[in-house]
Write a protein that binds this ligand. Structure first.
Ligand code: ADP
Ligand code: MG
Length: 365
């Protein structure tokens, strides 16, 4: 996605002093798309959002909107609005006054202001709260007002920097649903930053996974989850098991096989050699110790989660820890039981050559 992108982040790098915060970031966002940008704290998410908003100039690269280079256009002349983690409302103004503020600055006529204010009050279900001041609102209500204040300007691109992360889980889940609805109703392009991978997957049409200032993967949520491009993405999104293994060449020109400690996991198109094998907790079957083609281990702990039971199993061969999930109706295993693990679901092979973090194998817990 290059020329047809609504918003194109084109080769953007940023340095603070001699520290690289962003390194050659390329992201194309289609018109009306909801893209989430997710990565650990300090990986450059806010820096990128500020650059798109025009609050910070990139050291290198361009921001292109509708085909025009806007890199040097000041923030207040861009069709973008930024919503922050903490609501930034004026304490002395009521809800209506807060929403109206930007419209007055833009010198909109009174009738037009009234129409637009009513629109966002309806959109964000703020009816009845118009005369309240910020101290009379809950955290969730304040963040709705912040959203209303950004949307009343009818931005082409709405930028959101962890807008829900200061809220309780219950309110967060409610506002996630609201955000999806608002996005559908207004059809603007949303670029949403979060460090929470669950939220990133739940909200997005496409997810950008960030690792230390660079893009690690851009894909639909289900593809990021099912086919992570690296061990980093596999661990960060959904906390997958990343195990040291090898690809063994197939007999008689058959398919090559991925294996862990000689135990076959399944066929792969990768070339023979060392690899990492990504297997999610739900892809394991927990069988009896000594079952053929299974990895032997000992149950370290067991957590009952209602419909599933989560186990941690320590492999006998090398002490690596494996998370495995069983259905609640499966035969129960106790702490200390010796078991045999076999992969009955999806797995992903990542060539070890390209990996720089294989030293972390087995220590991610
Ligand atoms: N104004 C600044 N001056 C110097 N370093 C900064 C500044 N802002 C952020 N950084 C550094 O840049 C990196 C990226 O920060 P940031 O974009 O805030 O990450 P995130 O939003 O993903 O947590 C971090 O290492 C942070 O310490
Ligand atoms: Mg940040």
């Amino acid at each position: 996605m290059t020329t047809e992108a609504h918003l194109h982040i084109d080769g953007v790098s940023h340095r603070y002093g001699d520290q690289d915060a962003l390194v050659a970031v390329n992201i194309g966002v289609a018109k009306g798309e909801f893209v989430t940008l997710v990565g650990p704290s300090g990986c450059g998410k806010t820096t990128l959002l500020r650059i798109v908003a025009g609050l910070l100039s990139p050291t290198e690269g361009r921001i292109v909107l509708n085909g025009a280079d806007i890199t040097s256009v000041p923030a207040n002349r861009r069709p973008t609005n930024l919503v922050f983690q903490r609501p930034t409302l004026f304490p002395h103004l009521d809800v209506r006054g807060n929403i109206e503020f930007g419209l007055k600055l833009a010198k909109l006529a009174k009738a037009e202001r009234a129409t637009r204010i009513q629109e966002v009050i309806d959109l964000l279900h703020l009816g009845g709260l118009e005369r309240r001041r910020p101290f009379e609102l809950s955290g969730g209500q304040m963040q709705r007002v912040s959203l209303a204040r950004a949307l009343v300007n009818r931005p082409e691109v709405l930028l959101l920097d962890e807008p829900l992360s200061a809220l309780d889980m219950q309110i967060r889940l409610e506002l996630e649903v609201e955000l999806r609805r608002v996005h559908r109703e207004i059809g603007a392009t949303f670029l949403y930053v979060t460090h929470d991978q669950r939220e990133a997957l739940a909200l997005a049409d496409r997810v950008v996974v960030f690792d230390n200032g660079s893009v690690a993967q851009i894909d639909r949520p289900e593809d990021v989850y099912r086919t992570p491009a690296s061990a980093f993405v596999a661990r960060f999104v959904g906390d997958a098991n990343v195990l040291a293994g090898e690809v063994i060449s197939g007999k008689d020109h058959g398919e090559n096989i991925a294996a862990i400690h000689g135990c076959p996991i399944g066929p792969t198109r990768h070339e023979p050699g060392p690899c990492s094998v990504v297997i999610r907790a739900e892809a394991w079957a927990i069988g009896n110790h000594g079952s053929p083609d299974s990895l032997e281990g000992t149950v370290l702990d067991r957590v009952f989660r209602g419909s599933t039971v989560a186990y941690r199993v320590q492999l006998t061969a090398d002490g690596q820890l494996v998370r495995a999930e069983a259905a609640a109706g499966d035969p129960p295993r106790a702490v200390g039981d010796r078991v045999g693990l076999s992969c009955t679901g999806e797995f992903v092979v990542i060539a070890t050559m390209a990996e720089t973090d294989s030293s972390q194998e087995g220590t991610s817990d």
